[in-house]
Design a protein around this ligand. Structure first.
Ligand code: AMP
Ligand code: GLY
Length: 425
């Protein structure tokens, strides 16, 4: 088969690393890819959200199967357009991708499906939103309705902060059109958990558990990022909790989407708060987590490609995925300054020293090759991922590899996995 993966991050590198090992894969392309991906796939210079050019390329090249990594092309209808041209694709169509593309849609779906979620209201004008914040009085969370690259959520500590967030989003348009509508919801307390499943329209197949670290600083402090590291398994997700999340969250969402005429096919990633009253849904992503995908792919024993094809074909029922017993952990290295502004084009040296390491894989995100040298061109740049007998062993191996990299303009957190290690101890 000829396969095209869309995207350019660490997630897409991990997917490509797994797919390139499949006996079903004869030719592998990535649009647009990065310096690390270029070692396994032919990179095509088409942006991930340039939907029409991607469809034309797939048709001209005779691509058999497309795997869409990021959310933006899903929301723009890439899968619908590919399927309309007779090209099979993994990921939800635009209607089902609204689960990630509109926070308000997701909240309304929870009500319809009977899924527990924080009490909320949707607003399209700033004055009514401000009235609601005043009337509610309690701590609230303000969310831009549309896609905002993971930044559109303000967990407000005061009424004034919530008002400011509404003003920034709806009047200042700091997230562009994504802030034209907002969701205001009650603030929940508890432990956060991620839950990722493959879905074929009717059936959901949970993946191994995983957990990311969103804040930029050690001890989970500082501003939120796309994710500074992740690990699998996540001991917080016990078998009992998995069963509860499947029965109370994932299955009702999948059934309700199908009832509404928008069957969900692809990755359903639920962000949950485990409260005293049980799991409550915070957010849905309609794609693999980045960097959660990196440790997951390192632990996956089964061939990934048949599972993605089964999801697309509605044949996940009875499908089985096998995982290594070892843990895997990914440390993200980012450009200094991220998630704020950072310098582009700094050189990364020493990566060749990691090539022969056992049970270590360096997944690339914002990298580019120039004159045989690797340069950092993004915020999140590398995901150093290692296997170990448990999370602590995987952590030690990942940081030993990080310390072999010579990149003064880069940084990473030094405590990825601390919650799991504390729990295991
Ligand atoms: P989201 O993109 O909706 O997951 O929000 C990003 C982060 O904001 C989450 O990972 C939580 O840490 C936090 N958050 C979102 N909604 C709530 C809520 N209702 N209560 C408390 N924290 C929240
Ligand atoms: N790591 C969180 C996300 O991919 O949204």
């Amino acid at each position: 088969m000829k396969i095209l993966v869309v995207g350019s991050g660490g997630r897409e590198h991990a997917l490509i690393w797994a797919i390139s090992a499949s006996p079903l894969c004869d030719a592998l392309y990535c649009a647009p890819g990065n310096a690390g991906i270029a070692r396994h796939a032919t990179c095509i210079p088409i942006a991930a959200d340039d939907v029409d050019r991607l469809v034309d390329f797939a048709a001209e090249e005779g691509i058999d199967f497309v795997v869409v990594g990021p959310e933006a092309p899903l929301v723009l209808g890439l899968v619908d357009k590919l399927e309309a041209r007779g090209i099979a694709a993994f990921g939800p169509g635009a209607a089902a991708a609204q689960l990630e593309g509109s926070k308000g849609f997701m909240k309304d779906l929870c009500v319809r499906a009977g899924v527990a979620t924080a009490a909320y209201r949707r607003f399209t004008d700033a004055a009514s939103a401000a009235d609601y914040i005043r009337e509610r009085g309690s701590p609230v969370v303000v969310k831009a309705d549309g896609l905002a690259a993971g930044k559109g959520v303000v967990v407000a500590n005061s009424t004034a902060e919530a008002m400011q967030a509404v003003d920034d989003m709806m009047v200042g348009r700091v997230f562009g059109p994504a802030g034209g509508a907002v969701v205001i919801e009650d603030r929940l307390v508890g432990e956060e958990v991620s839950f990722i499943a493959l879905v074929d329209g009717k059936t959901a197949l949970p993946l191994a558990s995983s957990q990311d670290h969103k804040p930029v600083g050690d001890g989970d402090t500082g501003p939120n990022t796309g994710g500074m590291g992740a690990y699998s398994p996540a001991p917080v997700v016990t078998e009992a909790l998995e069963a509860e999340i499947m029965a109370k969250v994932v299955e009702p969402l999948v059934a309700t989407m199908a009832e509404m005429g928008h069957p969900f096919q692809g990755v359903l990633y639920a962000g949950l708060m485990i409260t005293e009253d049980g799991p409550q849904l915070l957010e849905v992503n309609t794609r693999f987590g980045d960097p959660e995908c990196q440790p997951l792919m390192m632990r996956l024993r089964s061939d990934l490609l048949p599972a993605l094809i089964a999801a697309r074909d509605g044949e996940l029922k009875g499908f089985d995925l096998r995982w290594r017993d070892e843990a895997a952990l990914c440390v993200v290295m980012a450009s200094a300054g991220y998630p704020g502004s950072y310098e582009k084009g700094t050189e990364i040296k020493g990566l060749e020293k990691l090539d022969g390491l056992e049970d270590v894989v360096v997944f690339h995100a914002g990298t580019e090759m120039r004159d045989g040298k690797t340069h950092a061109i993004g915020g999140r740049v590398l995901g150093i991922t290692a296997l170990g007998k448990d999370v602590a062993a995987a952590q030690a191996r990942a940081y030993a590899a990080v310390d072999m990299i010579d990149w003064p303009e880069g940084f990473c957190r030094r405590d990825i996995g601390w919650r799991a290690i504390a729990r295991d101890a």
